[in-house]
Design a protein around this ligand. Structure first.
Ligand SMILES: C[S@@+](CC[C@H](N)C(=O)[O-])C[C@H]1O[C@@H](n2cnc3c(N)ncnc32)[C@H](O)[C@@H]1O
Length: 309
């Protein structure tokens, strides 16, 4: 089994979260535990959450050398408030969300995330949920497939791929990652730098795991948990998610809203975070050389204001 890879932006995450003894953090995407271990090493306490029971089990073994400082919970970070409060913490000093699939999930052909290996059309981060990639591919109407490929995959040829999928499944249902990858390859016009099925797999995975809705709920929930001065750090790997995070912080870090039709600016009811810079933190050359996955990582963060409701 492939091991977990190095966490991305490790130094930058620590600079933002400022862990130290006596501080408590929720890691909503425990994964291999790389970031959590760095927080634990700085003396902080961490509650680690993951939808994937296998990730929880593996990270729990790695974090066993921090007894009393680490606990794990299975669940979706969309419910982070309930998960953290259920563990007995009313507020936390910081929350980390490092979005997406782990390299361990991607590299395990039997999980069905990758077009490179032969596996079932599964793609569930949480195998206890009933709904798989095969359900999406074999039961969704053509227009729904097209919308998912376009909106979640930003796939230019969404219509063409959706049509081919529906044609193919009339002969027999698609069951494997290779079948899906081969079908996309067959109908994809011209050459592309990346494998033609890259965007299709991303889109279907995001649908199976309701990733964007989870992110939106997770950002709200994490904000509720932060003590005044506490920090929320979010790492994303592609533009759709980064846009959600960017807009989330933008909309909540303006104290006043002004509209041309108003006689005077009004207080922003969503104001929660102290104003911070708009630019995301990105990996330096050295990290990208050592860990190519870091190339597209963007870290955005906010500090809960003392007055935010
Ligand atoms: C990129 S990895 C995290 C890596 C981790 N930061 C580390 O240092 O090892 C993402 C992890 O988040 C989990 N995950 C993704 N979306 C989730 C969600 N909505 N709720 C809980 N866990 C989620 C995945 O199962 C995966 O294990």
């Amino acid at each position: 089994m492939t091991s977990y890879h190095a966490p991305v932006l490790p130094r930058e995450v620590l600079e933002v979260l400022e862990p130290r003894p006596g501080r408590r953090f929720a890691d909503g995407t425990l994964g291999g535990g790389g970031h959590t271990i760095a927080l634990l090493e700085a003396g902080a306490e961490v509650l680690g959450i993951d939808r994937d029971p296998e990730a929880l089990a593996a990270a729990s073994v790695r974090c066993a050398s921090f007894p009393g400082h680490f606990r794990a919970r299975h669940g979706n970070f969309a419910e982070i408030t309930a998960l953290v409060r259920g563990a007995g913490w009313e507020t936390v000093d910081g929350v980390l969300l490092d979005i997406g699939v782990s390299s361990r999930q991607l590299d395990a052909p039997e999980r069905g995330f990758s077009f490179q290996g032969e596996g079932p059309l599964d793609m569930r981060m949480d195998p206890s949920s009933g709904f798989t990639a095969a359900d999406v591919v074999n039961t969704y109407p053509e227009d729904a497939l097209k919308r998912i490929l376009r909106d979640f995959g930003e796939e230019k040829f969404a219509g063409r791929i959706a049509r081919a999928l529906v044609g193919e499944r009339q002969r027999r249902p698609l069951t494997t990652t290779r079948e899906l990858a081969a079908l996309v390859e067959r109908v994809y016009p011209g050459h592309s730098k990346r494998h033609p099925a890259t965007r299709t797999f991303q889109a279907i995975r995001m649908e199976v795991n309701a990733e964007l809705a989870s992110l939106e709920h997770g950002l709200e929930g994490a904000t509720q948990l932060l003590r005044p001065g506490g920090r929320l750090a979010v790492i994303t790997f592609h533009s759709l998610e980064d846009r959600i995070v960017k807009n989330f912080f933008r909309d909540r870090s303006q104290r006043w809203i002004d509209r041309p039709e108003w006689p005077a600016p009004r207080p922003n009811p969503d104001f929660r975070f102290d104003p911070i810079g708009r630019k995301p933190v990105e990996a330096g050359e050295e990290e990208v050389r050592a860990n190519p996955r870091a190339r597209s990582a963007k870290l955005r963060w906010g500090q809960r204001g003392a007055e935010g409701a």
